[in-house]
Write a protein that binds this ligand. Structure first.
Ligand code: ATP
Length: 254
């Protein structure tokens, strides 16, 4: 039997009353892909990710993570890690306690959990502060703790909403290196960000959402080659999200 795609969506739709936040999105993403998910503010990126993470029920259409329907939270949970824009961390816990708590929720065996927690804390330069309360952490340290939490159970698919926001250049570099490593090891990374150079560096496939619809998708170099304003991912973004005039009016880069 053909192994399932890491992420599949067919007509995925979310409506709030009369407003349609996500409008018939189709996705077919093989394992090991870094998928750069772009779109203007309010385009529906977070809504899409929350449906894939089983946290929001689609109004219509279907989606599967590692072959499991997103309407079955228990079946999907072992396969997916999610880093939301505002990570769910407890200020009163230390990072180590927070991660141990999360490992318990994921039913990770104690030894394996302890080993992975220590390795990831070390990887993200958090080991020395791991017994301080999260409430005393900087935004970047909190973001790194949340990312470790999303990766703790070694999911097949990680859904990341602005993973490098608030990170200093060294921490952002660590995150980018780790994402590339994950993808090399067959983890699928679904990356929503407004930081286009990160997408340019990492993404195998780029999808652009506008008004809830996937208006462009493909290999980043191929998309850049077709963009009206020139040859950057920003040109692609401006072109397909309806700001082509702005792209054309911009002066040439020196
Ligand atoms: P950003 O880049 O600003 O984070 P986004 O692409 O993630 O934006 P969403 O947060 O998914 O966009 O929002 C898509 C649309 O759905 C917006 O118009 C938003 O106002 C609307 N929306 C989101 N959540 C709700 C809700 N709970 N009730 C009603 N409308 C909502």
């Amino acid at each position: 039997m053909r192994s399932p795609q890491a992420i599949e969506a067919d007509g995925l739709t979310k409506r709030y009353g009369d407003a349609t936040a996500v409008d018939g999105v189709d996705l077919s993403i093989p394992p090991g892909t870094v998928y750069g998910f772009l779109g203007p503010n309010g385009a529906g990126k977070t809504t899409t990710i929350r449906m894939l993470a089983t946290l929001l029920r689609p109004t219509a259409g279907t989606a599967r993570i590692a072959g499991q329907p997103v309407t079955d939270r228990a079946a999907v949970a072992p396969h997916v890690g999610y880093l939301p824009e505002s990570p769910p961390l407890f200020d009163e816990l230390t990072a180590r306690e927070q991660l141990q708590y999360h490992a318990g929720l994921q039913d990770l065996p104690g030894d394996e959990a302890a080993d992975r927690i220590e390795r990831l804390l070390d990887r993200f330069d958090l080991a020395a502060d791991a017994d301080d309360r999260i409430g005393t952490y900087s935004k970047g340290m909190q973001q790194k703790t949340a990312l470790v939490q999303a990766l703790l159970h070694d999911p097949d698919v990680v859904l990341l909403d602005e993973p490098t926001s608030g990170l200093d250049p060294r921490a952002a570099r660590t995150v980018r290196d780790l994402l590339a490593e994950l993808a090399a090891g067959e983890t699928t990374v679904f990356l929503s960000t407004h930081i286009l150079p990160v997408v340019d560096e990492l993404a195998d496939v780029v999808g652009v959402l506008s008004d809830g619809r996937l208006v462009a998708e493909g290999d980043p170099d191929a998309l850049k080659g077709r963009a009206e304003g020139g040859g950057t991912l920003e040109d692609v973004f401006l072109d397909v999200t309806g700001d082509a005039d702005l792209a054309a009016a911009r002066p040439e880069e020196p």
